[in-house]
Design a protein. Structure first.
Length: 275
């Protein structure tokens, strides 16, 4: 009898068929899809896909590169600046305290005015201004500008006649000027309130000596105050000082002559008398 042989192709494919459909040799492998995580325009990316943000702190000054001598110099400079600030603050506090005391004394002797006293008050102010202007003509001063400002009298003293340039150091010629001025004020306006105001121009002050223009004018006004209180008949109870810096020029600072006039001490005589 003739034996049956399976075809050769069937013999070749038989192991593959027995291995199951999961290993189909005739199926082509598919390429995995690529997922794009980039958000579409106008849509913010998810927070977990963003790179971490590290907060940057301001860089602190380092003194590690300085030696002992440099550190000591830096500390000394800092202490000097702090001392200057404390002195300026003390001068301002003294000025405010003195002004407050003078105002309190003036209010204590002033009579409260009602609305019906308006005309009387205006008449009184006009009378005070007229009296001050009349008394102004009695002053004997050497080339010092004097002007009536409302009811007060302002006497200008150029700083170049009083102080060494850019300082509060009184010149010998300044001693003579202040002595004569105090004598005339005491003669014509005995016991009247007297304001001592320091003024500067718009030029910067020497930074090695003064932090601000107000500090220099406070020192200059204090020098005049101390001179009047200790070496003239004027009483410290009738005086107060104000430091204006360069805030109140009388003329423009555009010219050298204008700046020279704006650097001044003003002695302001009030019509009221100190109690």
């Amino acid at each position: 009898m003739r034996s049956l042989r399976p075809p050769s192709l069937l013999v070749a494919l038989l192991p593959a068929l027995l291995a199951g459909c999961s290993q189909n040799l005739l199926r082509r492998e598919s390429t995995p899809a690529v997922i794009n995580l980039e958000p579409p325009p106008g849509v913010a990316a998810p927070a977990h896909t963003l790179p971490p943000v590290t907060a940057s702190l301001p860089e602190m000054p380092s003194y590690g590169h300085l030696d002992g001598r440099q550190l000591e110099a830096a500390l000394s400079r800092s202490q000097t600046e702090n001392q200057l600030m404390q002195e300026e603050l003390a001068a301002v506090r003294e000025q405010l305290a003195s002004t407050s005391a003078q105002l309190a004394a003036s209010r204590a002797v002033a009579r409260p005015l009602s609305s019906t006293d308006g005309n009387a008050a205006a008449a009184g102010a006009a009378g005070a201004a007229a009296a001050m202007q009349s008394a102004m003509g009695q002053l004997v001063l050497d080339d010092l500008p004097v002007r009536l400002d409302g009811v007060v009298l302002r006497i200008e003293i150029p700083d170049e006649r009083l102080f060494e340039p850019g300082t509060a150091n009184l010149l010998p010629a300044g001693v003579a000027v202040l002595t004569q001025l105090a004598t005339e004020i005491e003669r014509v306006f005995p016991g009247h309130f007297l304001g001592i105001e320091g003024h500067l121009d718009s030029e910067p002050v020497n930074p090695e000596r003064w932090e601000t223009p107000h500090q220099l004018t406070a020192a200059q006004a204090a020098t005049v105050f101390d001179f009047f209180a200790t070496r003239t008949p004027l009483d410290e109870a009738q005086m107060f000082l104000v430091a204006h810096g360069g805030n109140h020029p009388v003329v423009s600072n555009a010219t050298a002559a204008g700046r020279r006039r704006n650097r001044r001490i003003e002695c302001v005589v009030y019509p009221e008398r100190a109690p």
